[in-house]
Design a protein around this ligand. Structure first.
Ligand code: ADP
Ligand code: ASP
Ligand code: MG
Length: 402
């Protein structure tokens, strides 16, 4: 079997953990499997590097940030290789560039374009465990790029797809995907399986246990994906084409704090206003989410509010202010004190009353809903940030407790 294993930062945080991981790898290798490993930076290394950069230049270019942040993974690949050497397991570590990870030129949020697997295959044929630095690649200028926070999951799935691996195992500090973040909701339940579509929604809506692009890619290339713990040997969660919809109405509750709400006021209540506003934002590559349009008032004046990621807030505000006349609004306001809380489940499409049940859970604990958005398999609400964890717990209890 060809197995791709990915170990997150907490799994390789210190020497003891590195040897634990080396043990897991050696065990599979000694059974006769080919093993390709992707690792993240140790513990909080990436955060620490970002902090270091802030001290020098808070407005550092994304190219230099990528140059800096990619070093975290380079430390872990070499240390893990040394641990495997010590166990007597043949091994070689490779940077993203050496492993043929070619990306586009979007520094700090690069997308993998293709993987030249020649070197990796060569090393596998020599019966070596191949350890690849996650999160990084190289672009057409031979510059180092990174894939965005949490991107090592995507490195692993991309490698599994390119190498046609039998399975891609994502080892982390929880033993699977739960019905909610087990750190927030103590009675969260581990899912045996979850569909690609459900997992993609959960990951995109704040369940950072998997990088959302890794799920997108697993679905596209039909990669068998499993989330499991590096600290115990219990079965994890399988991410696959179809999950057992009958069993559960909703698969999980997620929270995302990376949101800011923008409101444009004094808009005319007439055709074309929303188009002008949103096409302007699209032109500047700003994705908008939960949209709310207030009903037109007496004098045909309305307000449109929507959310963007915090990273896009500044640009969005500037673009709107610069074009307020053309859009026809009088003012633009923003609110960073909000969170998005969502429920996800393929089962909700065929079950009426799911939204009502979610709203009832929020009413029970006196939490006000600022905006709502829905799709076939998810419902999201915007709430005050300080209330988000309470909202997650209340919704979770409403749906999951018998
Ligand atoms: P790694 O460093 O291994 O990549 P991450 O911190 O990126 O680990 O992801 C694991 C974390 O994801 C868990 O510790 C957990 O707090 C969080 N998480 C959020 N939502 C969920 C969920 N629904 N199920 C499991 N873990 C979740
Ligand atoms: N080290 C990177 C991060 O902290 C990538 C990853 O962990 O997946 O975001
Ligand atoms: Mg992660």
């Amino acid at each position: 079997m060809l197995i791709v294993k990915k170990f997150g930062g907490s799994s390789v945080a210190d020497a003891a953990k590195l040897f634990n991981v080396a043990g897991i790898i050696s065990e599979d290798y000694n059974k006769g499997n080919s093993v390709v490993v992707v690792v993240s930076a140790q513990g909080d290394t990436t955060d620490d590097l970002i902090e270091k950069a802030q001290e020098i230049n808070p407005k550092a270019s994304k190219r230099e940030m990528d140059m800096l942040l990619s070093t975290g993974e380079q430390i872990s690949i070499s240390l893990l290789a040394m641990a495997l050497e010590k166990l007597g397991t043949p091994v070689i570590s490779l940077t993203g560039w050496q492993a043929g990870m070619h990306t586009n030129t979007t520094y700090s949020a690069a997308r993998i374009k293709d993987i030249d697997t020649e070197r990796i295959t060569f090393e596998i044929d020599k019966k070596k465990v191949v350890i690849v630095a996650g999160f990084q690649g190289v672009n057409r200028y031979d510059d180092i790029t990174t894939l965005g926070r949490g991107g090592s999951d995507t490195s692993a799935v991309a490698l599994a797809a390119a190498l046609k691996a039998d399975v891609c195992q994502i080892y982390t500090d929880v033993d699977g995907v739960y019905t909610a973040d087990p750190r927030i909701v103590k009675n969260a339940v581990k899912l045996e399986d979850v569909s690609y579509d459900e997992m993609l929604e959960l990951a995109s809506l704040g369940a950072n246990v998997l990088h959302n692009r890794s799920v997108e890619m697993a679905k596209k290339y039909n990669v068998e994906l499993e989330v499991l713990s590096s600290f115990n040997r219990v079965p994890g969660t399988k991410v696959k084409e179809v999950s057992d919809v009958e069993k559960m109405l909703i698969k999980g509750v997620a929270r995302d704090n990376d949101v800011a709400q923008i409101a444009v006021t004094g808009l005319k209540d007439q055709p074309g206003v929303a188009f002008k506003l949103f096409s302007l934002l699209a032109k500047h590559n700003i994705n908008v989410d939960i949209i709310l349009q207030s009903a037109g008032q007496e004098n045909n004046i309305q307000e449109i509010s929507f959310t963007v990621t915090e990273g896009n807030l500044e640009t969005a505000l500037k673009v709107i202010k610069d074009n307020l006349g053309a859009i026809g609004g009088t003012d633009v306001k923003f609110d960073k004190n909000v969170s998005k809380v969502s429920i996800v489940g393929a089962g909700m499409a065929s079950n009426p009353g799911v939204a009502a049940k979610m709203f009832e859970a929020l009413q029970d604990v006196g939490i006000n809903i600022k905006s709502i958005s829905t799709s076939e398999i998810k419902i999201s609400v915007l709430v005050e940030r300080g209330m988000a964890e309470k909202a997650v717990a209340a919704i979770h209890d409403k749906f999951m407790l018998p």
